[in-house]
Ligand binder design. Sequence first.
Ligand SMILES: Cc1ncc(COP(=O)(O)O)c(C=O)c1O
Length: 384
Amino acid sequence: MNQHTRVSQVPIPFIDLAAQRKRLGGAIDEAIARVTAHCQFILGPEVHALEAQLAAFGGARHAISCASGTDALMLVLMARGIGPGDAVICPSFTFCATAEVAVLRGATPVFADVDADTFNVNVASAKKAVATARAQGLNPKAIIVVDLFGLPADHDSIATLAAAEGLFVLDDAAQGFGATYKGRPLGSLAHATATSFFPAKPLGCYGDGGAILTDDDALAETIKSLRVHGQGTDKYDNVRIGLTGRMDTMQAAILIEKLKIFPDEILARQRVADRYGQGLAGVAIVPKLAPDCTSVWAQYTIRLLPGRRDALAEALKAEGIPTAIYYPKPLHRQTAYRQFLVADGGLAVSDRLADEVISLPMHPYLESATQDRIISAVRKACGN
Ligand SMILES: Cc1ncc(COP(=O)(O)O)c(C=O)c1O
């Protein structure tokens, strides 16, 4: 600390990966050393061990690890044969990868609106998106739902809509893996669930990584083939077109150690979220958990009246407190995506949220005193 820096200005990390690294220290080093000793860097024993543990954790028959969360989404669409002429319904208020994979497959994303309370897809709007797709001569094949910021989507209503419309449900749990919906873990709620182990995610590795969870035996087999170039039983007779989409053994070894402390970290994240909720209720709109749900709080995202968040971000920055805007533009407003369809009735909530949201530092190692500093700074900046 510079001697002129006031304690109240010591920079606070947005996500403190170093604190977790300190906690796990030796265990991670030993896990990496085991891999460098056995040298099975691709699909080594740790990959298979991790997959068994992820399947158990997510309540699915199969977990297939892969190179990233985006590959996880992509591999599922590939395995389902989704392509030109097909529509994939997805929320507009999400990270681009959710819709990107549909476009990469030659399919058409059709954007649905979200609910302001949970930030997740609004099922009535998703239903309209299905009708919009059909009216344009497209074949609605799948819906990709997102558990944004770690908050579970309304999975029962989505399942009902999907059954009525014949849609395959792919849960993009990149931000939500570890959360539960009505007592059931994400991983067990959709036909397939994709997650990301990007370092900043609640369960992150030390590079890129992802996984797919499913109960569908045939889908799991196809995905395993696709992640290795579409290989068949004979390694040099490729039976389909695939990718180099595997997870490195080193990342699997790291994730095995991180998964051991993940349940404890989820509880710590909930404690941080509760403290924010109590400290900020009344000065901002704080996120609400749907009944019978738990969140992993990938982000703690509050809402302010339009036009007020830039001043808050500036005031916090001056106190050494970082913030982030997830997301300043919904997908249907972005250059690469604005050519695609939106559900009839428009996406007013997605547009509004993009002007209102601001995310605060959130990680399991955020100490109460530091968090209180953040809460006071937000209250002060908001005139309370
Ligand atoms: C909602 C969502 N979907 C997909 C992804 C893609 O994951 P990855 O960065 O591992 O490819 C992310 C990652 O930021 C995400 O937040």
